[in-house]
Design a protein. Sequence first.
Length: 248
Amino acid sequence: MEFEGQVALVTGASRGIGRAIALRLAEAGCDIALNYRSSTAEAEDVAERIAALGRNVELLPGDVARPEVARQLAEAACEKLGRIDILVNNAGIGRDKLLLAMDADDIQEVIATNLVGPMFLTQAVALTMVKRRSGRIVNISSTAASRPGKGQANYAASKGGLEAFTKAMAVELGSRGILVNAVAPGIIKTDLTQALRNAAESELLGRQVVNSFAEPEAVADAVAYLASPRNTYTTGTVLAVDGGLKMV
């Protein structure tokens, strides 16, 4: 129970990778402020599972793409659970399309959710961490930041920016005892990748060293280490969880 007494705010935690992260941290003793945008039934299911583990959990709906939501989430988490020790910026969207066919919303909404939202939320949460001179922030990036596929210009730009932001925050917050890192998943078994995996499974596996796709729990384990008290020296890094995905 290495997270006993700690509180984590996890965004986009109603399903997929975010769900696995919230459950993994709860299993290790963490109370959870569980953010979601619209998947209420799924979020309630995750909350029930966390409560069954004996942990405190608060459901905090809100769209992280909206600047005012960041402050509201931070304030609500601190009010209901007392503090925030860990922030996991997981919420993200994709609007894959060739750039020449993208409209303004395809670009702006992906950037707002995947990059600007984490910036505002980190700003709000870091203010509470600085006072205690401790904290862990983990941003969920993607291998698309460095190895994008066709039609991922907006998504790759948002995740590449998130990785640069991670490093900048590691520099700014390190002297205050706050470690900031990112995890970059490859193709993980989630609902969001189901169509892609169905359409091109053999091709995608051929680009990896490991001949299988990972479960969301593999990403959750990486996040748990970076957020844990065991991590005392790693900051500003991007940890790839991608089965050895190769550039082709």
